[in-house]
Design a protein around this ligand. Structure first.
Ligand SMILES: [Zn+2]
Length: 237
């Protein structure tokens, strides 16, 4: 009910204001897009320097672990020292991986936002499957965030590693940019890779809705990924 009265209020406000011209709308959306891109670029720049630092840390940790492993037979180092070095290495690698997924997330978020208008023009019926050059949509009907663990389970049992999830539900970046991603997860996997194809097959067989984004522009930093769940929405403004 509250929503309905909001909608009525918004409608009457819209009726009072003169309708925006086509050009004004276009200018507004390109200005908004520019702002989004700038915010994402800024975020990515800070992540990139963090990743560089973490890459160096991981390299140092790796060199140390290798050296200690080599010395193990010579009684100079203890098994415990080697284990500690291995743990440090695993930790350094995990930190770097986390930042890389954050970067994938930042790349993918612009693809999703850019696709929102396009989605409105694609046919959408339950069980429908549409594939354009850069976008695939499967309109599955079985989804809640509780299904996410099943998807993760499928991925790890099939590929022997954790699914590279770049966004689990709402993220700080989504909130900052004004988008609702609370009902979706992103897997940073190219839809044309073996993993991506297997994942999409699994999702379709399970009736789980998804959007898959291919790289739109060669050479440009884009974020191919598979978005599982309902499409993002612009948060009310
Ligand atoms: Zn997504």
């Amino acid at each position: 009910m509250a929503l309905a009265s909001h909608a009525v209020a918004a409608e009457s406000a819209a009726r009072k204001a003169p309708p925006p011209t086509r050009k004004a709308l276009k200018d507004e959306s390109s200005a908004a897009r520019k702002k989004l891109t700038e915010a994402v670029d800024e975020y990515k720049a800070s992540l990139a320097s963090l990743a560089e630092l973490q890459r160096k840390n991981a390299e140092t940790a790796e060199a140390r672990a290798v050296k200690l492993r080599d010395l193990l037979g010579s009684q100079i180092v203890s098994v415990r020292e080697v284990e500690t070095a291995e743990l440090e290495l695993a930790k350094a690698k995990a930190e770097l991986e986390k930042t890389r997924l954050e970067l994938d997330h930042a790349d993918g978020i612009l693809e999703e936002i850019a696709a929102l208008d396009r989605l409105l023009t694609l046919p959408d019926r339950p069980g429908g499957y549409v594939s354009t050059g850069v976008l695939i949509r499967y309109s599955g009907t079985r989804w809640s965030m509780a299904e996410a663990s099943r998807v993760e389970g499928f991925f790890s049992s099939r590929f022997g590693r954790r699914a590279p999830i770049s966004a689990f539900g709402q993220t700080a970046l989504h909130s900052r940019l004004g988008y609702d991603h609370s009902n979706a997860i992103d897997v940073a996997t190219h839809p044309d890779s073996a993993e991506g194809r297997a994942l999409m097959e699994y999702l379709r067989a399970s009736g789980i809705p998804f959007l898959a984004f291919r790289t739109a522009v060669p050479g440009k930093a884009t974020g191919p990924h598979i978005h599982i769940g309902l499409p993002s929405r612009r948060l009310g403004r």
